[in-house]
Each structure stands twice: as C-alpha cells, then as structure tokens.
Design a protein around this ligand. Structure first.
Ligand code: FAD
Length: 401
C-alpha cells in the first residue's frame, strides 16, 4: 500500500513549524511529508527590517531549510508553487512539475498591500521577503555612492510610509544603520533625513497612550521627522506627494502600510473571503477535509465579526495544532479546535529601545528591547535548540553584509 502524502506549501513560520511538529507526531513510515518553498532558506520575517537597514548579517536572518529539518522524515523541495488542482489533488510548480497529495497545507504567507496608491507598487520598496529587504539595503548603498557624485539631497532622504508596528521598527533600524554608512562614506549624518509618513494622528495609533508617547519621544530623539496626520497620495522614483500638495524629494520610499493574503491562492477554486482562505475551527479550509491553511494567507474568525490578525504569533500557535489535526485526519481520529492566546506584542525601535506589552506588563526602553531579543531567541531555540541561537543570534556582529 502506498503511504499517504502530506504536502506543505511554504516554509515560513506556519509551514516550517508544522513540518517540524509532524516529524515528532508521525510514526515511522506512516506518511510521506514534503515541504515546498520558493527558496532553500527560511527567513525570520519579523527581523527583515534589519536586512533592509543593513544592521544584521544575512546568516542572522536567513537559515538554510535543510539544516532545520530532519531529512529522514521530511523531504524538502525548493520550488515555486504556481497553482493547486483541488479536484485532482495535485500541486503545480513553476517549470511544469506536478506533485500529488492526499493532505495539503497551504501556508504561503502575505503580500504587501499598496491600496492602489499611484506609483507605490512600481517605485516603493517592500519589507516582504529576504530578497525584497536586501534590495532596500542595496538601494541605500547605491544612494550613498551616487550622493558622493552629485550631492543631491534627495538621495539621503529616506522615507518610511506607515508608522505602525513594522514602520517604527524600520525607522529604528535606519536610525541605527545609517550613521555607520555615513562614517563609511565620510558624509556628515546631518545630511541624512529619515522621515515617517503616517495618515493617523500618531505613530502606533493602536497602542496605549503612554506607549505612543514613548515611541514618539524615542523617534524624535533620534532625529526622525514624524509627519503624522498626512496621507500619501503618490510616489515617483524621485519624490513622494502628500496631501495639500506637499512634495518630498526622495529616492527611497519604504512602504510599510499593511499586508494582505498571498494573492496567488485566489484562482485555485478555493473559497476566498477578504482575500484570504477561510478556515474552520480545526484549521481546515471551509468545506474541505484534507486541505488545511494557516498563517497570513488564511482567515480564522475568532468570533462572528473579527478575524485573527496576520502575525507570526498566530501562525506559530496554529502550526502545532494544524500538525495534530493533519495526523488525526489521517488516522481517522477526532480533530482539535484551535484556540488563540494573545501573549502580547513588542515593537523594537532600533537595538536599544522597544515598546509594547507582554501579558499585563507594559514594556519600554532598554528592558523592552531586551524582551524583544528574548522573544526572537525563543523562536530560534524552538527551531534549532541553543546551537542555533549561538550561531544566529549571539557572537555575530551587527556589521552590514
Ligand atoms: P510567511 O512567514 O510569509 O511564509 C510564507 C512562506 O511561503 C515564505 O517562506 C515564502 O517564501 C513562501 N512562498 C510564498 N509564495 C510561494 C510560492 N508561490 N511557492 C513557494 N513558496 C512560496 N508578527 C508578530 O507576531 N510579531 C512581530 O514582531 C512581527 N514583526 C513583523 C515585522 C515585519 C517587518 C513584518 C513584515 C512582519 C512582522 N510580523 C510580526 C508578521 C509576521 O511576520 C507574519 O504574520 C508571519 O510571517 C506569517 O507567517 P506565515 O507562515 O503565514 O507566512
């Protein structure tokens, strides 16, 4: 008898942790597990801001997938998924290959939402993947080089659109990273402008008042210009336009205004709600018994009106339950409903400050920054034990790569 085939699409937080949970749950020879991902590395999406600003080495952010999985239990395939044929239970890959499945997990993550603002899709940089973040850093270096030739101030004007969680993290990393580049290129830091554009009246508007005040204080202290209460209307390669005809000459707009589910899943004959794949309480795609979806490409309703947010925290909590439910389906056992427990959120503002809440404790300052490091280290520990933390986290320089 052939073994059942479990196929996992995407090795982000959701897909990778599901495959690692399956390694523990499945008995030897019970099923064949294949993990498919576009690249042969897993990147720490929550740390991509550092790749963008050049404040972390590549090896701290991108980790080889074959090193993270047990190749006796999980087969890894580096390939880009182009479509899924639900009726015939097969996945089509770019290049023409087809992979059959009995049980499928779709964990293909997010895409950046540009809300149709003219020029943003074409000209703005996105913190979406390791490659797109690396492109930000390469572009910044190019601007420093070109500034040495033409002294055009727009080359040293770096704008982050969106003063939310990711936006302030990106601003903090730029404030950490750009002074080093100034030294390297012998350019006074005073020539650099770091600007935040946010439509809401403040940065991190959904945080408590004290956190907003603290984040504002830290960002301003680091000479970041906060243009809050201003909507961005347009972006060209040389400038951005805000409401009231305010133009800011810049060659670098980093777009950080929101995400949506990966649009690739839209035409696969799956149910789609709010651009995502709706799942039931057990993380199965609605009305399907052998197709699961977790993380940012899925829609899990926590009550009648509200969906869970697209966060790593959600994907990481869903993954082990999803693995259990795939195994339960395969064995004909009862499935377990997923319950989300919010543990808090902490946004870093560079290496030395952070703001947020863990449990009932409001965090800020250096202690907040320390807790952010602890959260990241905990993930690495779960992924590859202390050896991975040592390799990825400590003892490695923050010099740009
Ligand atoms: P992803 O992590 O996006 O993984 C999807 C995987 O699928 C990727 O490996 C991708 O390469 C692969 N893939 C995509 N398309 C294809 C294809 N066609 N074929 C093959 N492979 C494909 N959340 C928090 O909880 N806390 C934080 O502090 C936090 N900080 C963040 C900071 C930043 C800068 C960003 C961008 C996000 C942050 N988030 C945070 C959100 C969090 O990163 C996401 O919610 C999380 O990555 C979702 O996990 P996922 O597994 O659904 O998708």
């Amino acid at each position: 008898m052939t073994r059942p085939k479990i196929l996992i699409l995407g090795a982000g937080y959701g897909g990778l942790i599901t495959s690692k949970s399956l390694e523990k749950l499945l008995k030897s020879g019970e099923a064949d597990v294949t993990l498919i991902n576009k690249h042969d590395y897993h990147y720490l999406t929550t740390q991509l801001i550092k790749t963008g600003a050049g404040t972390a080495a590549d090896r701290q952010i991108a980790i080889s997938i074959p090193e993270l999985i047990n190749s006796d239990k999980t087969h890894f395939l580096k390939a880009a998924v182009s479509s899924v044929d639900i009726e015939n239970q097969e996945v089509h890959l770019e290049g023409g290959n087809t992979i059959p499945y009995d049980y499928l997990l779709i964990a293909l993550g997010f895409e950046v939402d540009t809300y149709g603002i003219p020029g943003v899709k074409e000209n703005a940089f996105q913190i979406r993947s390791f490659r797109s973040s690396k492109a930000i850093y390469h572009h910044i270096i190019k601007q420093f080089n070109l500034y040495k030739e033409d002294s055009d101030p727009s080359r040293l004007t770096f704008v982050v659109a969106g003063g939310g969680f990711t936006g302030i993290e990106m601003l903090g990393e730029l404030a950490d990273g750009l002074p080093n580049l100034c030294k390297q290129y012998d350019i006074p830091f005073e020539k650099v402008r770091i600007i935040a554009v946010e439509a809401a009246p403040s940065v991190i508007p959904f945080f408590p008042k004290q956190s907003i005040q603290y984040a504002t204080f830290v960002l301003e202290k680091r000479n970041i210009e906060l243009l809050t209460g201003r909507k961005m209307l347009e972006c060209t390669p040389e400038k951005i336009r805000l409401e009231n005809n305010i133009d800011i000459p810049t060659r670098t707009l980093i777009w950080s205004c929101g995400v949506k589910g990966n649009t690739i899943v839209q035409n696969w004959g799956l149910p789609i709600e709010k651009g995502k794949i709706p799942v039931d309480a057990c993380l199965r795609v609605k009305n399907m018994n052998n197709v699961f979806s977790i993380g940012d490409c899925s829609l899990f309703m926590k009550d009648e009106k509200n969906a869970l947010p697209p966060t790593a925290q959600v994907a990481l909590q869903q993954a082990p339950i999803c693995a259990k439910n795939i195994v339960a389906t395969l064995r004909g056992e009862t499935l377990k409903p997923f319950e989300y427990h919010h543990k808090g959120s902490v946004a870093s503002i560079g290496l030395m400050a952070a703001v947020g809440k863990v449990g009932n404790f409001r965090l800020s300052g250096l202690f907040g920054a320390f807790m952010k490091q602890v959260i990241e280290a905990r993930y690495l520990f779960n992924l590859g034990g202390p050896a991975l933390i040592i390799k990825q986290h400590f003892g490695v320089s923050r010099e740009p790569v």
